[in-house]
Design a protein around this ligand. Structure first.
Ligand code: MN
Ligand code: MN
Length: 455
């Protein structure tokens, strides 16, 4: 159902919409980092009978398996009736979100404060991250290999952390700066503490005080931050948004809203002809690079591994054949039309909250540069499936021509010569510490993804 208000379908009873969002809020509140999303995803997969590929000796139709790559990247499959080389139905979302990372050597002392130096990750409007409660989530790996879970600020009993901003009274110079410079990258440092003792004997500065605390609580030394991933993220849980509770406010809807609906769709799909697959990748926000990003050979190697387990020779060659014959929805969010900023969109080609799953034929910027431009033959096939299954869907471009732009993982899988189109959920405040999605769009995306996997 193209460009129709999806709330109409649930007019008599909103409970299906509201209940689905409860599961999502739990996922989003837990999944503050890609590692945490991976843990949550594995829990859901196990509950539904999916087995870790390491425990499997061979595969047959109907088998459910998953693979985890370096604790930050998940692939899950339901083996189809059709031969694997005829292709897969793939849902691919990313589970990293814009944030602020600790530097390798973060701790310092300044004017009686202990602070942590940071380097932001992904595209952020830096001024949005100051003067608000933040949490530290991540891991510290000690030299002996032990993993220390570092987790402060999300439990209501925890302290919160934050980044200072200048008081309005002394901001005359600051407020003359352009938005991109109001808060500069090196000013995004985290305040860690202020207790210090400066008696002549046994003087302890604020940094030393924090180091003592860390030693006591986590048994870590300053040098251990070198081999750590500490992510600074907004503190607190996902919440209902709006007096009518129609939306969810939370951190990381980009792209965990599509990750959740894609994974749930795989978990809940009853019957598949072709092998169904959900991949959750890392590093999309910085170009899908590295071992856990979409450009990694991990996915291709995993498909080859499936062929091995199916008893086939030439597994790598067959993996390429299977990928060429695959169909994919690149499950990534779209920019929702914001009534406060209508001028950046072409209203005929904008995504509206409440109108369901959004298809983006292309992404990119400035003359579609860097875009995966989906083939119309494939797009036609997809919209038929959506309509047959009464899924509310819409189309969008990311803003007016030359207004900006953005990319997804679509073109990377497109390089395998498979058919790919972007299909996701419209988001307001994208990349801000508090993003917004509509509950009814979550549900329509989930239903659309199931329809796709089942076809
Ligand atoms: Mn995204
Ligand atoms: Mn993004």
């Amino acid at each position: 159902m193209y460009r129709k208000n999806a709330w109409n379908k649930y007019k008599k009873d909103l409970s299906e919409v509201m209940n689905f969002a409860e599961g999502y809020k739990d996922f989003l509140s837990f999944g503050k980092t890609e590692r945490l999303v991976t843990i949550y995803a594995e829990r859901l997969l196990k509950e539904k009978g999916f087995k870790n590929i390491d425990e499997v000796k061979s595969l047959k139709a109907g088998d459910k398996i998953y693979v985890i790559n370096k604790n930050k990247n998940v692939c899950a499959f339901i083996i189809g009736k059709k031969p694997l080389e005829e292709g897969l139905r793939i849902l691919g979302a990313h589970i990293d979100s814009p944030r602020i990372d600790f530097k390798e050597n973060p701790l310092y002392e300044s004017n009686g404060f202990a602070l942590a130096d940071t380097h932001y990750y992904g595209g952020i409007k830096k001024y949005q991250w100051t003067a608000r409660p933040l949490a530290l989530r991540g891991v510290i790996i000690k030299k002996d290999g032990t993993t220390v879970d570092f987790n402060v600020g999300d439990d209501p009993k925890d302290p919160v952390l934050g980044i200072g901003d200048l008081l309005i009274h002394l901001s005359a110079d600051q407020l003359q700066k352009p938005g991109a410079k109001v808060i500069e990258g090196e000013a995004l440092d985290i305040t860690l503490g202020n207790i210090r003792f400066d008696e002549e004997k046994d003087a302890v500065n604020a940094k030393k005080y924090i180091l003592n605390l860390l030693k006591e609580k986590y048994d870590i030394e300053e040098e251990d931050f070198v081999s750590a991933e500490i992510e600074v993220v907004p503190a607190g849980e996902a919440r209902d948004y709006g007096l009518d509770r129609s939306m969810v406010a939370g951190y990381g809807h980009d792209d965990r809203s599509c990750a959740y609906t894609s994974l749930k769709a795989l978990l809940d799909t009853k019957k598949v002809e072709y092998t169904a697959c959900c991949i959750l990748v890392d590093k999309e926000e910085i170009g899908s690079v590295g071992a856990t990003g979409a450009q990694s050979l991990f996915f291709e190697n995993t498909i080859a591994r499936l062929f091995n387990l199916l008893g086939k020779q030439d597994a790598l060659y067959l993996a390429r054949v299977a990928m060429t014959n695959s169909k994919m929805l690149s499950s990534d969010v779209s920019a929702g039309f914001d009534p406060l900023y209508p001028s950046v969109n072409d209203s005929k080609n904008a995504a509206y909250l409440g109108f369901g799953l959004v298809f983006n034929k292309y992404t990119g910027s400035r003359g579609k540069s860097g875009s995966n431009d989906s083939n119309p033959e494939y797009y036609a096939w997809i919209r038929k499936i959506m309509d047959e299954n009464k899924v509310n869907w819409q189309n969008a471009e990311l803003g007016k021509v030359d207004q900006g732009g953005g990319g997804t993982i679509a073109y990377i899988l497109g390089n395998y010569n498979m058919n790919v189109i972007d299909a996701g959920i419209p988001v307001l405040n994208m990349h801000a510490p508090m993003e917004i999605v509509s509950k009814v769009d979550l549900l329509e995306a989930y239903k659309g993804y199931i329809a796709f996997l089942s076809k």
